[in-house]
Every structure is written in C-alpha cells, then in structure tokens.
Design a protein around this ligand. Structure first.
Ligand code: BG6
Length: 465
C-alpha cells in the first residue's frame, strides 16, 4: 500500500520581503542591507543615492498588489504562505524604542488577507536583510547589542500578531553567514573568520531568545529554525573523502545542532580551538541557547560532492555550495545540480539527527520562462522537477519522517537572491517584468499553476512516483 501525504499537510509557497515587496522607501521603511546590495547577496555594497535604481526597489510590487496575488494563491488551493517581515519596516534604523506603526499596519493587512482565504501565514523574522543602521552604527551582529535589539523586534511582532500568526521562523538560512557575511550577520567583506563566528554566536543566542519569547507570548504557536539544506556526498569511497564529507556536512549542520540541542557541539569547539578562535560566551548566552526550536525548516535545491584532494576541489568548484559537481546529475540553467533523491536522504538525515518535525520551506527550479506567441507559458520542466521532488518527500514520509508541509520557493516570479536577477524565474505565476525594469507587472498563470492546483486538491495523490 502506498503511503500518502498526511491529512493536514500544509501546501503553499514561500516569499521573502526584499525579493517581492518593492516600496523600498514607503510606509516609513528604513534602508536595509538588501537595499545596499542591489546586485544580490554576493555583490558589492552600493551606497544608495537619490536617483539610483535597483530592480529590487519595485521588485514585483507585492506591497501594492498582494490582494491580487493572494487571490491567485488561493485559487491554487494554498493552505500556507511563507513570508518574511522586513525588520526595517518595523524598526527603520533598528534601534528605535518604538516601532513604526505604518509598517506594523501593512503586515496586519497582509495577514488578514491571507486568513480571509484560510491561508496560514508562516513568518520568517529575518530573511536575508536587516536595518542598515545596525551595520553602520553598531557593526552588525559582531556587536552583542544586536541580541537585545532583535529580541525587541521579535517581541514586538509576536505581541502584535499573536492571534494571526502561529508559525514562525527565526533567521533564513542561518548557515549561509560564512559564505555571505554581510547578508547573514551584517559584517563587511574582509572580516575575519573569528569575527564571523562571534557574530554567528550572537545570532544563535538571539534565535534562542526569540524561541523563548514566542513560547511566552503565543503559547499555541510553533517556532522553527531555517537551514540551507545542502547535502554533501563523498566524491569517492576513499575514507579520507568520507571523513571530509562528514566535516563539510557538519559545517552546515552545526547551526541546527545548536538550535535543536541547545549548545555548541564538541566538533565545533575543536574546530574553533584548532583555528585559534575563542568565542566570548556568557552564562546567560548558554541559558538562551537552551531554548530549542519546535521544528526544523530548510531549503533544498541541490547537493554536491566533497573530496579531500584540495587541488582537485579547487579545480572543480561547482555550484553556490562550492562543492565538486556530481558526475551523475544534471544541472539547471544556473548550474544547480538536480537531485530529487537527495531530498529524501536529507529528510531522513535531519529526522535521524533531530527527531523534530521537518518543514520544507523552499524548493524549486529557477528557469528562463518564455511566453509563447499565444502568451502561454509551458513550463513542463518545472512540473517534472517539482513532481520528482515531491515523490521523494512522499517516500520520506513512508520512511517514517514527520513532515509538516511544503512551501515551494517563489510561487510567483520574484527577484533572485544570489544575483538580483529577474530572468531566473521560479513561479507558477508569471510576472511581466524584464531585467531593465520594463514590463507591465501583469500576472499570468503558467502551465505549472494548474498542475500544483491539482497536487494540492488531491493532497499530493496526483504526484506520480
Ligand atoms: C535561498 C534563499 O537561498 O534560495 C532565497 O532563502 C533565494 O532567498 C533562493 O531566493 C533561491 O536562490 P536564487 O539565488 O535563485 O534566488
């Protein structure tokens, strides 16, 4: 007998404020780190001057068009939408004592609209952005003052939305900070590894305090962490490659170990010791870390391979995970290797490791969709990609893994994070927006829109093995 997706499984999509909202200077919003990175999270910092233009400034104009977009999500049958709150809409500089009412009111309206359609909001507190004032005036997360400022922000939104939002996430892909320090922890390029680890520690403490605050203020809510779920395979079965792979996976998973188990693991203490890094950690910090998450959420796009041969590794650097490409896998147009079985492996790995419910909060295929002469967008490649991944989620459920839901990335086309491209489209809904900012911003349904509608209506039964 085939095991199916459980009743109550949440289906939907995931967005991030800075990739969809636009309105970068409306409603009293402050400037964010994302505004200062107009070329994406790996790009250079650009001081914004009056008259400067960035595709993110308007993005897909979700700030003004959300009612229409939510109606389309409802038409697909969404039961959940993952969004993020732009911290700089609530505390424009990051350190104000009182929040910005216009920012709070906008998210009230957004959540009300979702609830009107019985779509449950899942809210990320910080998705790849923070108020720029916290970088400029405090030096980002390197300064432990940010713990207090983040807790103030988290308590403010928990209190305001306590009867509307019951699913929360702390920091998006918290394990990316070593790779994109400004976006992750507000540290400039050129900072030292020791500085990044100290900043990461402060952020992990803040995450623990947010969990504590959420449990106090909204006892019936659940709060999770959010990891980039890249999985490393050994390039060969040489024992040195297998051990190097274990270490690579730990370098991504240690964040989850802290957030799920409540302390820095021994292997990380050894790493810090071996590299001459001493963390400043107080007894209060240790107490804060013990507030562990209720569930584990993660993004999943690709896997990669690891070799202990550093010359070979350097020659073959592949996708954004900087791992060696897997010779057995195909890649997307952006070189991201497509590996549906890797999702089943990852789900089982995380379940075995944490024994906490899992939520796949990002997955999807970035592609250059082109409307045909009749305006239709036949994105069969996206349907195959998503079907194959969902088939593996069903397998993992049959393996005994507890999976709460699936929100695919970018259910409506949006601005990509890595390079702020609009040509890299993930959506079921096409947005008429071109790289130079031209386009009507009109929305239209792709072929995958109807496919996903069917998946949700059948609670996943229509997904082919
Ligand atoms: C995740 C991020 O890393 O991947 C998203 O949480 C991002 O913000 C997504 O958009 C896909 O990456 P990209 O670069 O294709 O937008």
């Amino acid at each position: 007998m085939r095991v199916e997706f459980p009743d109550g499984f949440l289906w939907g999509g995931a967005l991030a404020a800075n990739q969809v909202e636009g309105a970068w200077q409306e409603g009293g919003k402050g400037i964010s780190t994302s505004d200062m990175l107009p070329d994406g999270i790996f790009g250079p910092v650009t001081q914004r001057k009056p008259g400067d233009w960035s595709i993110k400034d308007v993005a897909i104009d979700f700030y003004h068009r959300y009612p229409q977009d939510i109606a389309l999500f409802a038409e697909m049958g969404f039961t959940c939408l993952r969004v993020s709150i732009a911290w700089a809409r609530i505390f424009p500089q990051g350190d104000e004592l009182q929040p910005n009412e216009a920012g709070l009111a906008w998210y009230d309206a957004l959540f009300d609209e979702l609830l009107r359609f019985q779509i449950q909001p899942m809210v990320t507190l910080s998705h790849y952005e923070m108020p720029w004032g916290l970088v400029e005036n405090y030096g980002g997360w390197g300064n432990r003052k940010l713990i207090e400022l983040f807790e103030r922000y988290a308590r403010t939104v928990f209190t305001r939305y306590h009867h509307k939002v019951k699913l929360w996430l702390t920091f998006n892909e918290i394990n990316m900070s070593l790779h994109a320090p400004l976006t992750g922890v507000g540290l400039p390029a050129g900072c030292t590894e020791a500085e990044i680890y100290q900043a990461i520690h402060h952020q992990l403490v803040a995450s623990g305090l947010a969990v504590k605050a959420c449990h106090e203020i909204i006892p019936d809510a659940k709060i999770g962490n959010m990891l980039l779920g890249g999985l490393a395979y050994p390039l060969t079965c040489k024992p040195v490659d297998v051990f190097a792979t274990l270490q690579e996976n730990r370098s991504w998973l240690f964040f989850g170990d802290v957030q799920c188990r409540g302390a820095w693991p021994g292997y990380m203490q050894r790493y810090l010791r071996d590299n001459g890094i001493t963390l400043h950690m107080t007894a209060e910090d240790q107490a804060a870390l013990r507030h562990t998450v209720d569930f584990v959420s993660f993004s999943y796009y690709m896997t990669g391979c690891v070799t202990a041969d550093s010359a070979l590794a350097a020659k073959q650097r592949g996708n954004i995970l900087n791992m060696v490409p897997n010779p057995h896998l195909e890649s997307s147009e952006w070189g991201w290797q497509i590996d549906p079985i890797g999702l089943r492996t990852l789900l089982n790995t995380l379940w075995d490791r944490y024994q906490k419910p899992l939520f796949i909060v990002e997955n999807g295929l970035g592609a250059q969709d082109k409307p045909g002469d009749d305006g239709r967008i036949d994105d069969g490649y996206r349907i195959s990609y998503l079907n194959d991944h969902l088939a593996q989620v069903r397998q993992a459920i049959a393996d005994g893994v507890e999976v709460m839901g699936y929100t695919c990335w970018g259910p409506i086309d949006l601005i990509s994070a890595s390079k702020a491209e609009v040509s890299k489209r993930y959506g079921f809904i096409y947005v008429d927006l071109q790289p130079d900012g031209s386009g009507s911003l009109q929305r239209s349904r792709k072929q995958s829109f109807y496919w996903y509608q069917q998946v949700i209506a059948s609670n996943g039964r229509s997904v082919t093995p």
